[in-house]
Design a protein around this ligand. Structure first.
Ligand code: G6P
Length: 606
C-alpha cells in the first residue's frame, strides 16, 4: 500500500531516498516525504501528490544535507492525503521520525491513552502513535524502545525509524509487511521492495516477521522479538537492473506487455526437461495427489481471474474438481476445506492481505498449500508448503500484464503435470507442445494487433463497454474488462455470453460497444448467436477471434486477432490484444496509465 526506504552511508541521503521512492511509487502515490538527519537534527520534507513534487521541493534532494534518512510514499488509508498525514511523522520532542507501511489496528485506543498522557497529535494517521510510543520508551537504547513499542501494536507494519541521538543509524522492524535490507559497501539500505535497492546493491537480507534491524554504514544487525541477535543469510538478487527501468517505452505497462513472450518463456523453460514437465519445487507424491478431492484456488484481482482461466485446463486434463474463490470472500466463508483439499494461492506480489488471510484460514483447516508467486521471499511464498515462482521479473505498472499471463501459464503446466501423474492424459506431447508454443504465439498476438491503437480512437469515448464470451473466453473477458476499468476509468463489464438474455441485454442499445471473445471453437456457434442478438439491438461489435474465422468476420464490425492455439490454453494469448486495447484507450483518454487513480499495486491492507 505504501512504500518505505532507508539509507545510511557516506553520501547525501536525500537523493538516494528520492530515487528509491520513485521505484516504489507504484505502491502508493498520493503523498510522500523524507526525514534526513544532519548534525543530530532531523529535518522533514513532505508533499501531497507525486514524488516529483518532493523532488521539486528539495531540489532533487540536493537542498537537504545529511547522510542518514528514511522516506515514504503513501496510499492513504487513515486520514486524507494531506501534508500533515504524509509520513515521516515526528515525535513531539523532534528526536524521532517514523515511516510505516501497514495498518495499526488498535491505534484508536493507543491514541486516546497517549493524548491522556500529554502527547499531541499532528495527523489523523494510525502511524503517529508509533512515533510517540518510541519517544515514551526510549531510554538510550533504540532496540529496547522498538521492542516495547511493537509489543503494544496490533496489525501489520514495516517500520523505519531514525533518532537524533543515534548518529549514523537507521532502524527497521517488520510484522506482516515486506521489508528488505540492502547490504552495500560502507552504506546500507532498507526498502519495501528490492526494486528500490537493485540500483545500489544486489545483496539483500529478507527481514522476517517479528525481527528488528539496526543499520549503520558499516554494519547490519538483526534481532529477534526478544532482542537476541539473529544470523541472517545474505541473498543475491538476480533481477536485471534494466528490468525495473522503462527502457525506452512510454509506460511500464506497455513495456511489460511487450515482455510477455520472454516472461512466459522464463516460466516454462526451466520446467521442461526431456519432453516432460518437471516441478522440482513440488514435493507432491502420487499417493498424496490421489488423496486430493478438490483444488481450491484463491486470489484477488487479476490473480483471481488467472485462477478462473486456469480452472478449465486443470479440470479438463487432470479431472480434479476446481473451485476458484475470491480471497476476501473465502476468508470469512467458513470454507469446507480439509486435508483432502489442495489450496492454490496466486499472488504476483505475495503480500496481498486478503490472500494471506485466506491462506492462513485454509491452512488451519488442514489444506496443503501451493503458491504461485512472482516476488521471491514474499509472505505468501514463505507461508506455502510448495512455492512455484512465475519468474516474470519485476512488474512495476499497477495494472498487471506479465504477472497475469505467467500465473495462467503455471496453472496450465500444473494441469498437465497432475494429469500425467494421475495417468489421465493421452495427448501429453501435443498439449506440452501447445504450452511451449505460448511465448511465440504471444509475440504473434502482439504483432498482428498493431491496429488496436486505431480501434482505441473509435472506442475511447464510450460510456461503457461490455465484454462477452463463454467458457475460457469468459474467463479472459473478466480480466480484459478489469484491465479496461482500472486504467481507462471506463465502465466495463464482463458477462458470460449466455447470461445476456437474463437481464443485461436490456442495456444494449444503438452503438453500444460489445467486445465479443470468440476463440473457443467448441462454443463458437453459441457466442456467434449472442453476437447476432446484440447486433440486432444496435450494438457495435468488436470481435476477438482467429484471423480466418469467416463466420465471425461476416457479422462483427471490428476485429482483433489471435493466432491458432489449443483452446484450453488460449487465455494467455487472448488477453494480449485486450491489454493493448485497454492501454491505448487509456492513452487516448490521457489517463495516468502506470499509476491509475485510487489503486495500488500491492494491497497489504484488508
Ligand atoms: C491489486 C493490483 C492488481 C492485482 C491484485 C492482487 O489490486 O492492482 O493488479 O491483481 O492487487 O495482487 P497480487 O499481488 O496478490 O497478485
Amino acid at each position: 500500500m505504501c512504500g518505505i526506504v532507508g539509507f545510511t552511508g557516506q553520501q547525501n541521503a536525500a537523493p538516494i531516498l528520492l530515487d528509491g521512492l520513485k521505484k516504489l511509487e507504484y505502491r502508493g502515490y498520493d503523498s510522500a516525504g523524507i526525514a534526513v538527519m544532519c548534525d543530530a537534527q532531523i529535518s522533514v520534507n513532505k508533499v501531497t501528490g507525486r514524488i516529483a513534487n518532493l523532488c521539486e521541493r528539495t531540489k532533487d534532494g540536493e537542498a537537504v544535507p545529511g547522510t542518514v534518512g528514511i522516506g515514504h510514499t503513501r496510499w492513504a488509508t487513515h486520514g486524507a492525503p494531506t501534508e500533515e498525514n504524509a509520513h515521516p511523522h515526528l515525535s513531539n520532542d523532534g528526536r524521532f521520525a517514523v515511516v510505516h507501511n501497514g495498518i495499526i489496528e488498535n491505534y484508536i485506543a493507543l491514541r486516546e491513552k497517549l493524548i491522556k498522557d500529554g502527547y499531541h497529535f499532528d495527523s489523523e494517521t494510525d502511524t503517529e502513535v508509533i512515533v510517540h510510543l518510541v519517544e515514551r520508551y526510549y531510554k538510550g537504547d533504540m532496540l529496547e524502545a522498538l521492542i516495547k513499542t511493537t509489543n503494544k501494536l496490533q496489525g501489520s507494519y514495516a517500520l523505519g525509524v531514525i533518532c537524533s541521538e543515534e548518529p549514523g543509524k537507521i532502524y527497521a522492524a517488520r510484522e506482516a509487511s515486506p521489508l528488505i535490507i540492502g547490504v552495500g559497501a560502507d552504506e546500507n539500505y532498507f526498502a519495501s521492495d528490492v526494486t528500490a535497492l537493485v540500483n545500489h546493491t544486489r545483496n539483500v537480507i529478507y527481514l522476517e516477521d517479528g525481527e528488528f534491524a539496526e543499520l549503520s554504514p558499516d554494519a547490519v544487525h538483526v534481532y529477534d522479538c526478544l532482542g537476541k541477535p539473529v544470523d541472517k543469510k545474505v541473498t543475491r538478487v538476480l533481477w536485471d537492473v534494466q528490468a525495473a527501468e522503462k527502457g525506452g517505452y512510454e509506460h511500464f505497462m506497455l513495456k511489460e506487455i511487450m515482455e510477455q513472450p520472454a516472461a512466459v518463456k522464463a516460466t516454462i523453460a526451466p520446467r521442461v526437461k526431456d519432453g516432460k514437465i518437471v516441478f522440482e519445487e513440488l514435493g507432491i507424491t502420487l499417493p498424496q495427489l490421489k488423496k486430493i478431492r478438490k483444488i481450491v484456488i484463491t486470489a484477488c484481482g487479476s490473480a483471481y481471474y488467472a485462477g478462473c482461466a486456469g480452472k478449465y485446463a486443470i479440470e479438463h486434463l487432470s479431472k480434479i474438481p476446481v473451485e476458484v474463490e475470491l480471497a476476501s470472500e473465502l476468508r470469512y466463508s467458513d470454507p469446507l476445506i480439509d486435508e483432502h483439499t489442495l489450496l492454490v494461492v496466486i499472488s504476483q506480489s505475495g503480500e496481498t492481505a486478503d490472500t494471506i488471510a485466506a491462506m492462513k484460514e485454509c491452512k488451519a483447516r488442514g489444506a496443503k498449500s501451493l503458491a504461485i508467486v512472482n516476488v521471491v521471499g514474499s509472505t505468501v511464498a514463505k507461508l506455502a508448503d510448495y512455492t512455484v515462482y512465475t519468474w516474470a521479473g519485476p512488474e512495476i505498472a499497477v495494472a498487471t500484464t506479465k504477472g497475469y499471463t505467467t500465473q495462467v501459464t503455471v496453472l496450465y503446466m500444473l494441469a498437465l503435470y497432475f494429469a500425467d501423474m494421475l495417468d489421465r492424459v493421452d495427448d501429453y506431447s501435443i498439449r506440452l507442445k501447445a504450452i511451449e508454443s505460448l511465448p511465440r504465439k504471444i509475440q504473434q498476438a502482439i504483432d498482428i494487433n498493431s491496429h488496436v491503437q486505431y480501434l482505441a480512437q473509435k472506442y475511447h469515448g464510450s460510456k461503457s463497454l461490455f465484454f462477452i464470451g463463454r467458457n475460457t473466453d469468459y474467463a479472459t473477458a473478466l480480466e480484459g474488462s478489469l484491465k479496461m476499468k482500472e486504467i481507462s476509468y471506463l465502465h466495463a463489464e464482463a458477462y458470460a455470453a449466455g447470461e445476456l438474455k437474463h437481464g443485461t441485454i436490456a442495456l444494449i442499445e444503438d452503438h453500444q460497444p460489445v467486445i465479443a471473445l470468440c476463440c473457443n471453437p467448441m462454443i463458437m456457434e453459441k457466442t456467434l448467436s449472442n453476437i447476432v442478438e446484440v447486433k440486432s439491438r444496435g450494438a457495435e461489435v468488436l470481435a476477438l477471434t482467429f484471423k480466418n474465422n469467416q463466420k465471425i468476420l461476416s457479422v462483427a464490425d471490428d476485429f482483433m486477432f489471435i493466432p491458432d492455439i489449443d483452446a484450453l490454453f488460449s487465455a494467455v494469448i487472448e488477453i494480449v490484444p485486450l491489454q493493448l486495447l485497454a492501454y491505448y484507450v487509456a492513452k487516448e483518454n490521457g489517463c495516468d496509465i502506470d499509476k491509475p487513480k485510487n489503486l495500488a499495486k500491492s494491497v497489504t491492507v484488508e
